[in-house]
Design a protein around this ligand. Structure first.
Ligand code: HMG
Ligand code: MG
Length: 298
């Protein structure tokens, strides 16, 4: 039986925009995040403090973080890969630091230019300093259900990295289906193994929708008792260092399914759709969200 309520973490301003070819003006990002803040979303990943040469679309991270209206009760989070990123994140007064790495060696190297073993001490240092500065810490494990370069990924590797992240003080580990290749049976098989070791509230699900299995994977996760899901308004998104990665599951489509099932999210669907329409107009192409297209066609 599925849970009565779930938490949705909006990652559109980060995962959604990082791969866009269109440059979105800083003021438009700020206006969009402010709309999201008023939709009832309690957690927004607003940007990345990564090397701007690697992700030019988010080079204005400090300006965005300092420009938005901070709504009480909303956690404003951002990706941080290293000490330089943390320095910028602290300048920008971010609430939560999200560290990230991959369960597969090749994707880790392509994405952050290090082996997994080289990455862990860097993240440990970020985590230690972020905790000392009073910040919350979230962790991402990418390529949990398979890697675009290596194919099969051993769940043992996911366990080892999740252990390391929790041990360094990360509060919640988000399990990334980076290229959207997972299927519901696989999701349940992997979760069955992970939930022998970790509790439900230590894990979140981060599905991309490349092959159309995103919401089915959410449903499979709900059956396993999972209660935290990452999603992106309009279905924007994708990892530039994972060929073929499409957008995250769309927050608007996820809300439609969950609310229809009687599962509480605290998010106003109408307001969310307005925010999706706003960013679609700025991006200038039709976004993948079905709810957005239905809403716009009246
Ligand atoms: P590197 O080039 O190996 O870094 O990149 P470096 O430490 O050798 O430094 C090189 C230069 O970059 C130096 O400047 C640094 O100061 C600068 P220089 O001395 O040459 O003038 N630099 C920075 N500048 C600003 N902010 C920083 C920073 N770090 C270094 N933080 C690095 C290593 C990790 C930085 C780079 O590979 C990087 O930024 N990668 C980020 C890639 C990324 O953002 N990918 C997408 C996010 S992950 C994702 O989408 C998956 C997820 O959604 C879950 C899922 O779906 O699975 C989370
Ligand atoms: Mg992602």
């Amino acid at each position: 039986k599925e849970p009565a309520a779930v938490v949705i973490k909006e990652v559109g301003p980060r995962d959604g925009l990082q791969n866009e070819q269109v440059t979105i003006a800083t003021e438009d990002k700020i206006a969009w995040i402010n709309q999201l803040s008023k939709s009832g979303v309690t957690h927004i990943e607003i940007t990345s403090f990564v090397n701007p040469r690697w992700i030019p679309a988010l080079a204005d991270a400090v300006e965005v973080a300092l420009g938005i209206d901070r709504v009480p009760g909303v956690t404003y989070s951002a990706l941080v890969p290293n000490a330089r990123g943390l320095e910028r994140a602290l300048t920008a007064n971010i609430d939560e630091v999200a560290v990230f790495l991959s369960a597969s060696e090749t994707h880790n190297r392509k994405n952050i230019n290090k082996t997994i073993e080289e990455t862990l001490p860097i993240l440990r240092e970020v985590a230690t300093e972020a905790l000392a500065a009073g910040k919350k810490i979230r962790g991402y494990v990418s390529t949990v259900f398979g890697c675009p370069y290596e194919g099969h990924v051993a769940t043992e590797s996911v366990i080892r990295i999740t252990d390391a992240l929790l041990e360094m003080g990360v509060g919640e580990v988000s399990l990334g289906d980076t290229t959207g290749i997972a299927n519901p049976r696989q999701v349940q098989d992997v979760l069955a193994i992970l939930l022998e070791r970790f509790s439900h509230d230590q894990l979140a699900m981060h599905f991309h929708d490349t092959y159309g299995s995103g919401l089915a994977n959410v449903y499979a996760s709900l059956q396993m008792g999972m209660t935290t899901f990452d999603a992106s308004t309009g279905g924007l998104g994708g990892c530039p260092y994972a060929p073929g990665a499409a957008g995250n599951i769309s927050t608007d489509d996820l809300l439609y399914m969950l609310h229809g099932m009687g599962i509480h999210t605290g998010i106003d669907h109408g307001r969310l759709l307005e925010a999706a329409a706003f960013i679609q107009a700025k991006i200038g192409r039709q976004l993948p969200s079905r709810n957005l297209q239905a809403y716009l066609s009246g």
